[in-house]
Ligand binder design. Structure first.
Ligand code: F6P
Length: 333
């Protein structure tokens, strides 16, 4: 083994996502194998400010891979959000001799990392969020598990909804992005999907009610409407549907249960590969890069360049969801 290459620290920040542990494990084990000292930072950026930083061994990351959450804990740090907090964090990294900080998190965490890089800390980002809302990458750790968790929950709701001949409004997470909603829309065969990216509150509520009414007239006993968190207001929507159609309607907000659970094979494998790749690019001397997946291949991109990119809902996927779930022969109001 090559010795004494330098110090890498790894942290998780923002909302936890299943598979983060696999990514930490990969950073630690690849780092040690390549001759680095690898430190785990507890509680996100707060852990730097409070110096909650510990040297990790190969053994420290065993029995973590199969668990959801993050064993390093995570946080959204108010102090680090301020410029003074970032300067303080950079000074602490310098004082402790940490050459590179690996940040596993979402967009907000990457913004913090990018700002920190301006104060001389080399940062490498690994995308960890159930929301899939990071433009430069097709894949984010946790999305696959979260979608599968939501899908199973919605299957269950469909059964009770069917027994009672009800309409179910199910709200899934995603912040302002509709990826979980869109995937569940297809995977659960939803009768309608409401996404913030596509939603027009002036017309779409009326269209939805028209659709639900027509579905019932056509003999559909129960219906599942998937509502993205970005659209929200699921309880009032359920009330509105019930009042307008006379169909008993219930709202279910799946909430944080979507963030927990043992990661799927896909989340474990992709997280492991991205964790190892993060160390590979550190070893190649690369600076201030984000790791991601494009066309099913792991790659890295400059952090500033990544922030120039925009992401939008796949139009074809959206169209398919509608064709398969929503009757298109209910044109007239
Ligand atoms: O970003 C992940 C996410 O779960 C979003 O889908 C959701 O909007 C948000 O985090 C919830 O945040 P918190 O855990 O702070 O309530």
């Amino acid at each position: 083994m090559i010795e004494g290459k330098g110090k890498i620290a790894v942290l998780t920040s923002g909302g936890d996502a299943p598979g983060m542990n696999a990514a930490i494990r990969a950073v630690v084990r690849t780092g040690i194998t390549k001759g680095y000292e690898v430190y785990g930072v507890r509680r996100g950026y707060n852990g730097i400010l409070n110096k909650e930083i510990e040297l990790m061994t190969f053994q420290d990351v065993s029995e973590k891979l199969q668990h959801g959450g993050t064993f390093l804990f995570t946080a959204r740090s108010a102090e680090f959000n301020e410029d003074a907090g970032k300067q303080k964090a950079a000074a602490i990294c310098k004082e402790l001799g940490i050459d590179t900080l690996v940040v596993i998190g979402g967009d907000g965490s990457f913004k913090g990392a990018r700002d920190l890089s301006k104060y001389g800390v080399n940062i490498i980002g690994i995308p960890g969020t159930i929301d899939l809302d990071i433009a430069y990458t097709d894949y984010t750790i946790g999305f696959d598990t979260a979608v599968n968790t939501a899908m199973e929950a919605i299957d269950r709701l469909r059964e009770t909804s069917n027994s009672h001949e009800r309409c179910s409004v199910v709200e899934v997470m995603g912040r302002s992005a509709g990826y979980i909603a869109l995937w569940c829309g297809i995977a659960n065969g939803a009768e309608a999907i409401l996404l913030q990216e596509k939603f027009d509150s002036e017309t779409d509520y009326d269209r939805l009610i028209h659709l639900i009414r027509k579905n019932r007239e056509a003999g559909m006993t129960h219906q599942v409407i998937i509502n993205a968190e970005g659209v929200g207001h699921s309880n009032s929507l359920a009330k509105r549907i019930e009042e307008a159609t006379g169909i008993e309607t219930r709202a279910t907000i799946l909430g944080h249960l979507q963030r927990g659970g043992s990661p799927t094979a896909r989340d474990r494998v992709y997280a492991s590969i991205m964790g190892a790749y993060a160390v590979d690019i550190i070893d190649q001397g690369k600076k201030n890069r984000l790791v991601g997946y494009k066309d099913d291949k792991v790659y890295d991109i400059d952090v500033d360049e990544a922030f120039q990119m925009q992401k939008s809902i796949d139009e074809y996927q959206y169209e398919v969801a509608h064709i398969l779930g929503t009757r298109s022969d209910y044109k007239e109001q």
